[in-house]
Design a protein around this ligand. Structure first.
Ligand code: PHE
Ligand code: FE
Length: 279
C-alpha cells in the first residue's frame, strides 16, 4: 500500500510490467546483501519465540530462510500448495488499486530490494526483509490467507466508495501492527512489528502503549503514525475473529463512519474493551 510517504518511492519502476511486477533478479544480490539479510534475520529470529504468535513461528521455521535472501520462486512452490497464494516481485510501494488487485487474486507483492546497512534498525519504506520476514509466514495460515484476499476485494470496493483511508487503517492495525491474545500470552502477528527489532519487544512488554480489544469500527476511525512506535495496538483473539468481523458489507459502515470524528493515535475511549482476557 502506498502509505503516506512524503518522498518519491525509491525502487526502480522503469522495468515493471503493467501490473507493477518485476523479476526478482536473484543472482544480482551481492554477497554483502545476503550477509545483511543474515544479520537482520538472526536478530528477528531470536525475538520470535518469545513475542510472535504460534502460526508465525511455525511457518517461519518451515521457510528455512535464515541463510540468504530467499528466491520468491522457490517459496511459491510451497505457498501455492499450502494456501494458493503466490509471491510477486515489485519495485516498492504500489498505488492502492494495483495493490488491492494483487491481494484480491491471492498474489502478495514483495519488494525486491534490500535496505542499506545503515538502515539496519529502521527503514521508512518496506524492503524485501520487511515484506518477506514480516508478511510471508502468515500467508501459510488458511484463515489469515482468506482474510487478506477478502481485504483485497474490500479495497477495490472501498476505492469505488471513496473509503480507502478507513480501510487502510484496518490494514495498519491488523496486518501491520496486530496483536493476538494466545494461551501463551500476548503475541504479535502484524508484519510491521514482527520485522522490527525495537518494536517487537516494545509492543508486548512496554507499559506505554494502549492495547485495546479488536473493534472494527473504532479501528477504521483511528489515525496512526508511520514514523514512531505505535501508541495503540488492537488485540484479536483468533484469526477467525478478524475474518468474521470483516465479512459483512462495509458500505453502511463507511456511511456511518463518515459522520463520526477521527480518533487520535494515543487516545482511549470510555467504551474501549480491555485487551487481554484474564486467565
Ligand atoms: N466485507 C468488506 C466489504 O464489504 C470487505 C472486507 C473484507 C474488508 C475483509 C476488509 C477485510 O467491504
Ligand atoms: Fe507491510
Amino acid at each position: 500500500m502506498t502509505g503516506d510517504t512524503a518522498h518519491a518511492p525509491r525502487g526502480d519502476y522503469s522495468r515493471m510490467r503493467p501490473d507493477y511486477t518485476v523479476e526478482q533478479e536473484w543472482s544480482d544480490y551481492t554477497a554483502a546483501e545476503h550477509d545483511l539479510w543474515r544479520r537482520l534475520y538472526a536478530r528477528q529470529a531470536a525475538l520470535v519465540p518469545k513475542y510472535a504468535c504460534r502460526e508465525f513461528i511455525d511457518s517461519l521455521a518451515a521457510l528455512d530462510s535464515a541463510a540468504a535472501i530467499p528466491r520468491l520462486e522457490a517459496v511459491n512452490a510451497r505457498l501455492g500448495k499450502a494456501t494458493r497464494w503466490a509471491l510477486v516481485g515489485v519495485p516498492g510501494l504500489l498505488p492502492d488499486l494495483a495493490f488491492f488487485e494483487h491481494l484480491a487474486n491471492r498474489r502478495f507483492p514483495v519488494t525486491v530490494w534490500l535496505r542499506k546497512p545503515e538502515e539496519f534498525d529502521y527503514i521508512v519504506e518496506p524492503d524485501v526483509f520487511h515484506d518477506f520476514f514480516g508478511h510471508v509466514p502468515l500467508l501459510f495460515d488458511p484463515v489469515f490467507a482468506d482474510y487478506l484476499e477478502a481485504y483485497g476485494r474490500g479495497g477495490l470496493k472501498a476505492h469505488a466508495l471513496g473509503a480507502i483511508e478507513m480501510l487502510a487503517r484496518l490494514y495498519w492495525y491488523t496486518v501491520e501492527f496486530g496483536l493476538i491474545d494466545t494461551p501463551a500470552g500476548l503475541r504479535a502477528y502484524g508484519a510491521g512489528i514482527l520485522s522490527s527489532g525495537g518494536e517487537l519487544p516494545y509492543c508486548i512488554e512496554s507499559g506505554e502503549p494502549n492495547r485495546i480489544g479488536f473493534d472494527l469500527l473504532r479501528i477504521m476511525r483511528t489515525r496512526y503514525k508511520i514514523d514512531t512506535f505505535q501508541e495503540t495496538y488492537f488485540v484479536i483473539r483468533e484469526f477467525r475473529e478478524l475474518f468474521e468481523a470483516t465479512a459483512p458489507d462495509f458500505a453502511p459502515y463507511y456511511a456511518k463512519l463518515r459522520g463520526a470524528g477521527l480518533i487520535a493515535p494515543g487516545e482511549t475511549l470510555a467504551g474501549d474493551r480491555l485487551a487481554v482476557t484474564p486467565r
